[in-house]
Design a protein. Sequence first.
Length: 206
Amino acid sequence: MADNEGEAWLALRETDRELACCLLFVPSDLRGLLSDLLSLAHECENAIRIPSESMLAAIRLQWWVDALAGDDPTVAPLAERLHGHLRSGKIGIGQLHALIGLWQDRLQDGTQGAAGCWAQAFAMMPRIEERHDLARMAAEIGRCFAGDEAPDVDLKKLRRQVGADTRWLFLLACLIRHDQTSHGTGTDGLLVWRMLAWRWGIRLPS
């Protein structure tokens, strides 16, 4: 794992350990990009949830737009890594603006909650957006990721549809389903081992 890819994954793990664990099963050359995009989505969600006023939330979201457009990528470690992805051509500035725009639109019209933002964000992720079959399931998984429901997807079918680049989506669906059936029993010391079994289709959550 290259340094930047390792830093990206570790940063996501600090924010969302379970989501980061899902990315352990993604090829290392994609893991860093996915980690940073999902970290950016978390930053946008926090921008809306943490401030007490909508004006402050709007300022926080615009800060990310400006940080990605500015000449100084060192304003934040995540911004610096995202600039690196832009320079390498792994992602375009329009795609990053579209991701941030999901939360900006939510703030402006108030018709879309967290579930709607995460549903669209998951469907926009690399290697998923261009596949309509996966994009639909990604949206369902993203909706449940932000809420309290188990995703309405056939795990066996999804396992057959995903490849190495998109396997994290299947593992996240398994994880959400598992958390629902186990009623959130806290930190799971066997999490990675469970994921390894799910990856091979063993004892999928019901």
